[in-house]
Design a protein. Structure first.
Length: 255
């Protein structure tokens, strides 16, 4: 009976995380990892690997919603993933050998930097051809460099990377927030797959918890994605900024 309630709890927590993750265009790993660690007592490395499995399942669900509403810039996403995927392979290996506090310190600084820019910078941009508006060469190089870092942090911290990918597209390439969110979810499927493969090789994935969290989150993602599509861009920007600050403070206290 206890086991049944435990499985139900995992599904319900996955549902709640999925709603928030899809609403903000993130993979949910920033919530999956602490949930696995602080509620279910997982070791941090197992939590990271298991989180990536749940993230991947979640994003397969939510990406269908954004694709149906044509909010994904596929060409841009694939270009940026050319940098994120190598970063994810390096990140998974780094997570295997590095002390956790080093990763937390780097990630905390990056979160605060992005939060300040998301809250202060307000750009008015037109919506151009979805598959050709990739930004200038300088902006693209900047975005690719940051995408490599996003992929690295994704696999090393067990997050999808959307919490980094969305600000990168908005700030570096001037992509409208709703398109950035949809493209981010598409990109997370690729990044999470790369990181998950390596974590599986290291034996850092609990399949049962990963699948249950992912299934619950997939249902929640359908709700969250629809809420996001009906929300004004300025609200999304502010929610992102606040979320980044909260996550930064949480990691700062854990260093």
């Amino acid at each position: 009976m206890i086991a049944e309630y435990l499985l139900l709890l995992v599904l319900m927590l996955g549902l709640a995380i999925g709603i928030l993750a899809a609403f903000l265009g993130i993979g949910g790993g920033v919530l999956f990892v602490p949930t696995l660690m602080f509620i279910f007592g997982f070791d941090v490395k197992i939590a990271i690997g298991t989180s990536l499995m749940a993230v991947l399942i979640t994003c397969f669900s939510s990406v269908a919603v954004y694709a149906r509403h044509k909010k994904i810039w596929y060409r841009l996403g694939i270009i940026l993933e050319g940098a994120s995927v190598p970063g994810a392979f390096f990140g998974a290996y780094f997570a295997y050998i590095a002390p956790e506090y080093v990763l937390r310190a780097i990630f905390t600084l990056f979160l605060f930097f992005m939060a300040i820019n998301m809250l202060r910078k307000e750009k008015h941009i037109r919506i151009a051809d979805r598959d050709n508006d990739d930004g200038s060469r300088k902006e693209m190089i900047h975005a690719l460099a940051l995408s490599f870092i996003a992929g690295f942090l994704s696999a090393s911290l067990g997050i999808g990377g959307g919490v980094l990918k969305v600000p990168i597209m908005v700030m570096s390439l001037n992509i409208p927030i709703h398109y950035a969110v949809g493209t981010s979810v598409f990109m997370i499927v690729i990044t999470a797959s790369a990181g998950l493969i390596e974590h599986l090789l290291y034996g850092h994935v609990d399949m049962l918890y990963g699948i249950l969290l992912g299934l619950g989150s997939s249902i929640g993602a359908q709700i969250g994605a629809r809420i996001s599509l009906r929300t004004k861009p300025i609200i999304l920007r502010r929610v992102f900024g606040v979320l980044l600050i909260v996550l930064g403070m949480r990691m700062l206290m854990a260093i």
